[in-house]
Design a protein around this ligand. Structure first.
Ligand SMILES: [Fe+2]
Ligand SMILES: [Fe+2]
Length: 164
């Protein structure tokens, strides 16, 4: 059975994966700090928005609403693991989002900002994709097993209201 909540999470995961793949291409194509023209600036702003939305609103929904419902059903193992991963991804994502925004606003990457962006970006890509794969394989199926249609409706409404 497909749930609304699962479908909403899946959609956001795909958006994040796309943003991370585009980041990976961008990092791979530029050994030295790239020029920040209008196109790159727009890309960096978009990246910053997507990352912040993922780790602030989306993680927030998972932890404050969805994981809570799981814990009420005694499913603490998966919740502990995924929450732990959120803790390790969040600061990295904010760091990458801030560097991207600073480059967009300042019109350039300095040598050191580019090195930092590349290192943090590569690490983020790895951790976040791994995390999303786990949620796609385990969490979304667990939602349909554990959450009844009424609770699903409530969670989906909360998601649309708080995350968009
Ligand atoms: Fe997620
Ligand atoms: Fe998550």
């Amino acid at each position: 059975m497909n749930t609304q909540t699962g479908a909403l999470l899946h959609q956001a995961h795909m958006t994040t994966i796309e943003a991370l793949q585009s980041l990976e291409e961008f990092l791979g194509a530029n050994r030295k700090p790239p020029q920040v023209d209008d196109l790159v600036a727009r890309r960096m702003k978009q990246l910053s928005r997507t990352l912040r939305s993922e780790v602030e609103s989306h993680f927030g929904f998972e932890e404050n609403h969805l994981f809570k419902a799981f814990v009420e059903q005694g499913e603490t193992g998966i919740v502990t693991m995924l929450t732990h991963e959120h803790r390790s991804i969040l600061p990295l994502a904010i760091q990458v989002a801030d560097l991207a925004l600073a480059a967009a606003e300042g019109g350039s990457f300095s040598e050191s900002a580019w090195t930092e962006f590349k290192d943090a970006g590569s690490e983020l890509i790895e951790r976040e994709i791994f995390h999303i794969q786990k949620e796609e394989m385990g969490l979304i199926a667990a939602i349909s097993a554990l959450i009844d249609p009424e609770a699903d409706q409530e969670l989906a409404d909360i998601y649309r209201r708080e995350v968009g």
